[in-house]
Structures are given as C-alpha cells and as structure tokens.
Design a binder for this molecule. Structure first.
Ligand SMILES: Nc1ncnc2c1ncn2[C@@H]1O[C@H](COP(=O)(O)OP(=O)(O)OP(=O)(O)O)[C@@H](O)[C@H]1O
Ligand SMILES: [Mg+2]
Length: 195
C-alpha cells in the first residue's frame, strides 16, 4: 500500500473505535506518559487539541496542567504557510476554529513558546512503523515543526507520538522530509526507537 492507501485504511480503523475505547486508550497513554522522568518536573509541554478520532487529549491535557506543566498548543502560522506556532495556554485563553476545523488559541505574540523552550512535544499521528516512521494527515506540518529537532538544533526537546495500538504498521514508506519519531506511546506500551 502507498501512503495514501495506508492513511485511508488507518483512519478507518481509528474511526471504528468506540468513544469509550478512545477514552480508555487515552487514560492508559497518560499513565505511560507520567512514568517518564521528563514529566516528573514541571515543564513546558507542547500538546494538541484532538479532533475526530485522534487519541483524545482533553482529559490528558487537563491532567498535565493540574500537575503543574505549562501547556502550549499549535496554531497555524499567520505568515509562514504550512508552519505551526505553539502558544501558551492560560485560563483566559480565547479559542478559535482554524481553517481545518481545529480549535486553536487566539494568536497573541506574548503567548508564543518557541520550540527551544519546550521540553516535550506530544505529536498526533495517523500511523507509525517499527522504526518510528510517522504518517500524519498529509500536510507535513509536524515534519516542518520537527525538522530543526531532527537536524540536532533542539537537543532539549523530546518529541513523543501518541497513538492507539491499531495505528502501528510493519513498514511505512517515507520521504526525505519525513521526520521519524524517537518514541511513541500507545495503550500497550512506550515504544522507543532510539537505538
Ligand atoms: N520540511 C519540508 N519542506 C518542504 N516541504 C515539506 C516538508 N515537509 C513536508 N513537506 C511537504 O508536505 C507534504 C505533506 O507531507 P507528508 O505526506 O509527509 O505529511 P504528514 O507527515 O502525513 O503530515 P503532518 O506532518 O502534517 O501530520 C508533502 O507533499 C511535502 O512536499
Ligand atoms: Mg510526513
């Protein structure tokens, strides 16, 4: 299967999960996440606002905030097309729905958290393989976001994919711009692809 076919098939599998299965999966993923030493100290943590059948993040984000982590969520870059900015979330944050139908914090320059100031970045995905190769929604947004990290320019950032177990495949065809993930958390386990 090519990437398009794989994306279609993986999206259908994710869609077939019940709301309860999705919420249960998120609880298990959060439990694995909280085992990470990186998460024991309050840190700046990039996350995402889950849409459709993505691994749900509403409870997970709320729990991380309660534990003292400063969350930052992505917004479409207002000037550079197809790039993301990460904005600090506050109680007073005003939300908008972007052109993809995804809620995002209202853009305020003072709220921008550069990637260099994030210790952890939780990454949504459609599929991943046994080498950590990642398949997203097809926009290349996270490939662009993680390009500097992949080039070694953000040594303190830890990208972590969040997924259901059904999103794992044996092998994903990947292109030169695709950035593989060092780690992915599913309900079953924490997958570490770093060695
Ligand atoms: N670093 C990059 N520089 C230029 N173009 C890029 C880059 N990364 C991705 N692209 C472009 O973005 C398009 C989509 O990429 P791809 O299919 O890898 O998306 P994806 O990884 O599934 O999506 P996403 O990362 O948004 O979840 C490709 O056609 C590619 O040309
Ligand atoms: Mg890609």
């Amino acid at each position: 299967m090519n990437r398009q076919q794989l994306r279609k098939s993986l999206l259908a599998q994710r869609q077939a999960l019940t709301a309860q299965q999705r919420e249960d999966a998120a609880v298990q993923v959060l439990a694995h996440l909280q085992q990470l030493p990186e998460l024991t100290q309050a840190c700046n943590l990039g996350s995402y606002h889950s849409v459709r059948a993505e691994l749900p993040t509403a409870q997970l984000n709320a729990a991380l905030q309660t534990q003292g982590h400063q969350l930052a969520l992505p917004v479409l870059h207002p000037v550079t097309p197809n790039h993301l900015l990460f904005l600090r979330i506050r109680e007073t944050t005003i939300w908008h729905t972007n052109s993809y139908g995804i809620p995002e914090p209202a853009l305020a320059c003072a709220d921008i958290l550069p990637l260099a100031q994030l210790q952890v970045l939780l990454v949504p995905l459609v599929g991943f393989d046994r080498q950590g190769n990642r398949l997203g929604m097809g926009g290349g947004f996270y490939d662009r976001t993680l390009a500097a990290w992949y080039a070694g320019q953000l040594p303190h950032l830890q990208p972590i994919g969040l997924a259901y177990d059904c999103q794992q495949v044996e092998r994903l065809p990947h292109a030169a711009w695709d950035v593989p993930l060092p780690r992915v958390i599913t309900p079953a386990k924490l997958w570490d692809f770093r060695n």
